[in-house]
Ligand binder design. Structure first.
Ligand code: C2E
Ligand code: CA
Ligand code: CA
Length: 829
């Protein structure tokens, strides 16, 4: 800066002085450089701008070069040189000078040559330096903001545009151009361009929204599709805001974003969601999903059905409260049935569901809620319950079955160390006859009626089972012999009282009961039952419709007899020829000491130890296992083979007992004929004893047999008369010739007026129908005498003749000891 004092021109000096003052006042640093003297004067304001005082410096022309930022030096010098060289009108450069405090001050340096010599060389140059540090800072900040903004837009893939309303022109940045599939240079485009891209279906909404944005303060967001020039459809999202400018129509500024991927992902998600909702809706399992707190956020149709609610009703409700409120949770364990699979079984109303719960976890393993599935297992479950029931029950009677009885017995024996247990083995008498005669439906009905009748008698804690067929078992605890006897009597009466309601005229069923009172707690369940069974056979062979206690002596083995063992024994006995023929004569009651011409063949079995076993021990088993026919034929064949040829000679008629199986075989008569012929036996020397029970089990076949037998001179007796169904009606159809009164009526005849009356009526009937009568089981003189009084003239019994070996009887007669009784029974036709 020049010193005004040195100027010769005062007006100029004054002028200069004024300017200096003005510049100082404006805070501008002024420099004044005399190129001739190379003195540069810096104004006080310049020095202050840099934190100095003017006295701090000498008048060095290069002072500013000492303070300049090294990066700016070259540019500053060059700018000065170019101006001095006349290449520029003035110096104008931005540079940094170092403040006294050390920081940099940005200055705008402007100056020019103001005086030249006659040759035109510059002599004096004046300039002004303005502090632009602040402006520079703002510039830097702005550029930083812009950079950030640019980065953000790039990262967000957002394009920027604006529309100049007045000019009808738009400005699109590179990204916007790229989004629209144009080359990626930002450009000014015609206002119509955007409209041409719009998808026809979205045009109206997009345009309306943009238009709205112009007239409102807040921004407007809109999604729409465009069709690019190559036909590709893109989904875009625009945020537009109007920016007014003073006086003008203003701008619409906006961002634009390609949201195609987003839209497609959302659509795919939606499709996926719909697909699984449709799938879940279609399956029969109930599916419910809940949030962490148990609030249902999804339920399918099956779930709605399960809870008897609508899907909408379920959503938003807490699953626990639904289950609790309705009191529907019940663990099946408490129901007594174990559920073997995992999951809980819920019982809702009358249905059962197996429910499982799975947590929904996010990738961090935190719970987002639960998914419940419920599978309807009602059918399965009920079937299982039924199976469990069926495994222990008899379908026909509803009673327990054999398996259940075996279990119960085993348990009871183990439990009741000092409590007496009584087992009752109950076998119906004549049940097969009823079944055959009246049909299976009647038989089934009778079984049910008996189950019901006996159940009514049972004391608390009794276990009653149907073992199969017409066999039942009852287990009672705390019973001794007397109370067991009473119970058996009541049971027999109850069975007799069961109304059969069938075609048979007034028939009654009976039962035989075997009783075993367990006295040894170490006995096995199966042995215990076998003993009761054994006792039942005893009751049966003692004449049915009665009870018998198991006695050790009756059994051939300590463990008790089982029917199967009996049969095995019997088969063996036949093979070993251990079956022995016995005979018992039928004698005249008037001449009881005299031998008669007729006897009944009785089977005996010689046990391995030599003991003789009666038919009561093996015939029921043979009948049960279908071996009775074989047994009877064996006896007939053996008798005739050994003695048939001499029967006439010894004047003996032999009577064979025929079991139902034998009688019901249509080939029986041809068999008899053949065996008789083979053994030279006149048929008139043969008699048969059949029981009512056997006869009714195959009425027609039996009738045919009886007729054939009678035609050929055989005697046919009705055995055990009075003990069976006692239906005289159909017996009249059998052309039998003799009735054998059951021993049960005979043995008590002396004391029982009823029995006497029965026998009297049988005699009356026999007379009317023309039958002979034989009384069984005559054990003493008194009985014989009473029978004679009633008109019975023939009988059988220990009093008259005890059964003995047939061989002995025959050989005695063959030896000529035969005394031919005059009054031998009139037999045959
Ligand atoms: P049942 O036909 O009534 O035979 C008469 C039974 O009474 C015989 O018993 C005989 O020994 C017995 N008895 C005879 N008199 C008296 C007496 O005064 N007092 C007593 N307490 N009993 C007497 P057994 O031999 O034990 O035969 C029992 C039943 O076995 C027979 O009864 C018969 O139904 C059957 N049975 C015997 N042998 C055969 C056979 O070869 N085939 C068939 N199917 N059954 C037979
Ligand atoms: Ca007999
Ligand atoms: Ca008899």
């Amino acid at each position: 800066m020049s010193n005004p004092e040195t100027s010769s021109d005062t007006s100029f000096a004054n002028d200069t002085e004024r300017w200096h003052r003005a510049l100082e006042a404006a805070g501008l640093g002024v420099w004044d450089w005399n190129l001739k003297t190379n003195v540069c004067i810096y104004s006080e304001s310049w020095c202050r701008m840099l934190g100095y005082r003017r006295s701090d410096f000498s008048e060095n022309a290069d002072l500013f070069l000492l303070l300049i930022h090294p990066d700016d030096r070259e540019r500053a010098v060059e700018s000065g040189d170019r101006h001095l060289a006349g290449k520029t009108d003035r110096i104008e450069t931005e540079l940094r000078l170092q403040h006294k405090a050390g920081h940099w001050v940005w200055v705008l340096d402007r100056g020019a040559v103001i005086e030249r010599d006659e040759n035109g060389n510059p002599v004096r140059m004046i300039g002004v330096q303005t502090d632009i540090t602040q402006q520079k800072q703002v510039e830097r900040d702005t550029s930083l903001v812009n950079e950030r903004f640019r980065l953000a837009l790039t990262a967000a893939e957002i394009g920027i545009w604006h529309f100049d309303v007045a000019r009808g022109r738009s400005f699109w940045d590179a990204k916007t151009c790229e989004i629209f599939g144009l080359d990626t240079a930002s450009k000014e485009i015609d206002g119509d361009t955007w409209h041409r891209f719009l998808h026809s279906e979205d045009r109206h909404e997009a345009e309306t929204k943009h238009f709205q944005a112009l007239s409102q303060k807040s921004e407007v967001k809109v999604r729409y599709r465009i069709v690019r020039q190559d036909g590709e459809i893109r989904h875009l999202e625009t945020l537009a805001k109007s920016v007014p400018n003073q006086g003008g129509a203003g701008y619409l500024v906006g961002t634009i974003r390609d949201v195609t991927a987003e839209v497609e992902a959302a659509r795919a998600l939606q499709t996926e969601k719909e697909r699984y909702e449709i799938t879940l809706g279609a399956i029969n399992d109930a599916v419910v999903s809940t949030g962490v707190e148990g609030v249902i956020n999804f339920a399918n149709a099956s779930a709605a059905k399960m809870f008897s609610q609508s899907v909408e009703g379920l959503i938003g409700t807490n699953i626990y409260s639904i289950l609790r409120d309705k009191g529907m949770i019940r663990s099946i364990q408490s129901n007594g049935t174990k559920d073997t699979n995992d999951g809980v079984v819920l019982e809702l109303d009358d249905a059962f569901y197996r429910c499982r719960r799975s947590p929904i976890l996010n990738t961090a393993g935190e719970s987002l809620g639960q998914v419940y599935t419920a599978h309807d297992i009602t059918a399965d479950y009920k079937r299982r319950e039924q199976l469990a029931y069926a495994a222990h029950h008899d379908a026909l009677s509803g009673l327990y079955n054999r398996v259940a009885f075996d279990d119960a017995l085993e348990e009871a024996i183990a439990r009741a160390a000092d409590e007496r247990l009584a087992i009752f083995y109950l076998d119906l008498d004549h049940f097969k006859a009823l079944n055959d005669f009246a049909g299976h439906a009647a038989g089934d009905k009778a079984l049910r009626a008996i189950a019901e009748g006996v159940t009514a008698l049972l004391p608390e804690g009794a276990f009653f089972a149907r073992l199969g067929g017409d066999e039942f078992a009852i287990l009672l605890s705390g019973y001794d012999r007397t109370s067991a006897e009473n119970f058996a009597t009541e049971t027999i009466a109850a069975v007799r009282d069961v109304s059969l309601n069938c075609a048979v005229n007034g028939p009654r069923l009976g039962c035989s009961i075997g009783i075993f009172v367990i006295d040894d707690p170490s006995i096995g369940a199966s042995d215990a039952l076998a003993r009761a069974d054994d006792a039942c056979y005893a009751a049966k062979s003692a004449g049915r419709n009665r009870y018998a206690f198991f006695t050790e002596s009756r059994s051939t083995r300590t463990s008790g007899l089982s029917a199967a063992r009996e049969v095995a024994d019997l088969t063996e006995a036949l093979e070993d020829n251990r079956l022995i023929l016995f005979g018992q004569e039928i004698r005249s009651l008037q001449r009881p000491r005299e031998q008669s011409g007729r006897l009944e063949i009785l089977a005996r079995l010689q046990a391995r130890d030599g003991r003789i076993v009666g038919p009561g021990a093996f015939i029921p088993a043979a009948e049960r296992f279908g071996m009775a026919a074989m047994l009877d034929r064996w006896i007939i064949r053996k008798t005739l083979a050994e003695h048939g040829h001499r029967l006439t000679k010894v004047n003996l008629k032999v009577g064979f007992n025929l079991s139902a199986q034998t009688l019901c075989d249509p080939t029986l008569w041809p068999f008899i004929k053949e065996v008789a012929e083979e053994n030279f036996t006149p048929l008139s020397q043969i008699a048969f004893e059949i029981t009512e029970t056997a006869a009714v089990s195959c009425f027609e076949t039996a009738e045919l047999f009886v007729r054939s037998a009678r035609r050929h001179g055989c005697t046919v007796s009705l055995d055990d008369f009075g003990s069976g169904l006692s239906s005289f009606d159909y017996l009249r159809r059998f052309p039998i010739s003799c009735i054998k009164i059951d021993g049960a009526f005979v043995e008590k005849i002396v004391d029982s007026q009823v029995d006497r009356a029965i026998i009297a009526s049988i005699m009356e009937l026999a007379r009317n129908l023309g039958f002979d009568v034989v009384a069984e089981k005559i054990e003493n003189e008194q009985v014989a005498a009473r029978l004679l009084q009633l008109g019975v003239t023939f009988g059988q019994g220990f009093h008259l003749h005890k059964p003995e070996r047939l061989d002995d009887i025959i050989s005695r007669r063959s030896d000529g000891e035969v005394w031919m009784g005059r009054d031998s029974i009139a037999v045959g036709s």
